[in-house]
Design a protein around this ligand. Structure first.
Ligand SMILES: [Zn+2]
Ligand SMILES: [Zn+2]
Length: 355
């Protein structure tokens, strides 16, 4: 029996096209990966949505402002609860900004955040001496939700803010796949090539998305923001997360041979046509040339078509359906802009040039 997986509608960072509606555990993991990456990877401000730009700018302002409130001792007295509540509110705000920038604001209604000092620690897989965060499904009054549990400090001392943000982002990537990735028999057979083994969940698609989000975040706020060295130890230069990769490898090695025999092998069905993958050494992300460019061309075509439509509406110009057909968007790369079109796009899509 094969399961039908819903396809996403054409995304664009304007109008109704930016409203993405994801279903719980119905999408192919690779579709989820591609859908988010095309919406942020190497985009300039002209091609981001207003919601994304606002979320990123607020994130940076808050990060710079709140940095000094972290890294120190927490007093173990009556003021402690208040401090912890404030820190939880910070983390919630950062979560929302990241959700809006990278995940179409879709995570918020599915995820519950839980932070504390040494609230996480024991590694359920036994791979590491200690873990700093975890993401797991939970049932509350028959409602299924996903919990992100995060250490914001240890032994009475708060972590620095960049450490917390790095861990939060890591858990949000887990949550994205945990909430929306399909878990039908067919998809489960392919976990070694997608989300990873159950209870580990650091499969190749996790590693790719985690790294591409990190690359984007390191560009935020300029050199002085401190974000340019986010997770520098675990992900130096353009390397994927060493710790996550190491856990995935250990999980694969400790997999029961009978269980392993039921799964598609690692690397099977990954072809040169795959748009996003890992390099041959498995330590860096490979993005196929033109992935984002092709997407932006489609968006520009969509923009021009709709902008023209609006102009015609203004003058009550009547255009028949058959005329529209001729202008319909093609999915190949043959679309080219002319000067009038460029003007149009600069005028309206080039809104955030002043950064
Ligand atoms: Zn499926
Ligand atoms: Zn993890």
């Amino acid at each position: 029996m094969t399961t039908r997986h819903p396809a996403f509608r054409q995304y664009a960072p304007f109008g109704p096209h930016q409203n993405v509606n994801m279903g719980k555990n119905v999408h192919k993991a690779r579709d989820l990966l591609n859908h988010t990456v095309i919406a942020f990877h190497t985009r300039s401000d002209r091609d981001l949505s207003e919601v994304q730009i606002e979320a990123r700018d607020k994130f940076v302002v808050m990060f710079k402002k709140q940095k000094q409130a972290y890294g120190g001792q927490v007093k173990l007295d009556a003021s402690m609860k208040k401090v912890m509540d404030q820190r939880l509110n910070d983390v919630k705000a950062f979560f929302t900004f990241l959700d809006e920038f990278f995940f179409f604001g879709q995570l918020g209604s599915h995820v519950e955040l839980n932070v504390g000092i040494d609230c996480v620690g024991k590694d359920p897989m036994g791979f590491d001496d200690r873990i700093e965060g975890e993401t797991y499904p939970a049932k509350k009054r028959d409602e299924e939700s996903t919990i992100i549990k995060l250490n914001i400090g240890s032994k009475g001392k708060l972590c620095t803010l960049d450490v917390i943000i790095g861990q939060l982002m890591h858990e949000m990537v887990h949550a994205y796949f945990q909430v929306f990735a399909c878990d039908c028999a067919q998809c489960n057979k392919n976990v070694l090539n997608t989300v990873g083994i159950k209870n580990d969940a650091h499969g190749p698609l996790f590693l790719i998305l985690h790294r591409l989000i990190l690359t984007e975040m390191r560009t935020w706020g300029g050199r002085s923001s401190g974000l340019n060295s986010l997770l520098a130890k675990d992900c130096p230069r353009d390397f994927i997360s060493k710790s996550a990769k190491s856990r995935a490898t250990k999980a694969m090695q400790s997999l029961d041979p009978h269980k392993k025999a039921e799964l598609y092998g690692y690397g099977q069905y990954v072809t040169s046509r795959t748009l996003l993958g890992l390099n041959a050494d498995g330590d860096r992300v490979r993005v196929k040339d033109g992935l984002v460019e092709a997407q932006i061309k489609l968006e520009d075509a969509l923009w021009i078509r709709e902008e023209r439509g609006r102009r015609f509406d203004d003058t009550e110009y009547y255009q028949s359906d058959s005329e529209w057909e001729e202008e319909s968007i093609t999915t190949d790369n043959s679309f080219e802009t002319n000067h009038e079109n460029e003007d149009l796009m600069e005028r309206v899509r080039g809104k955030a040039k002043s950064v």
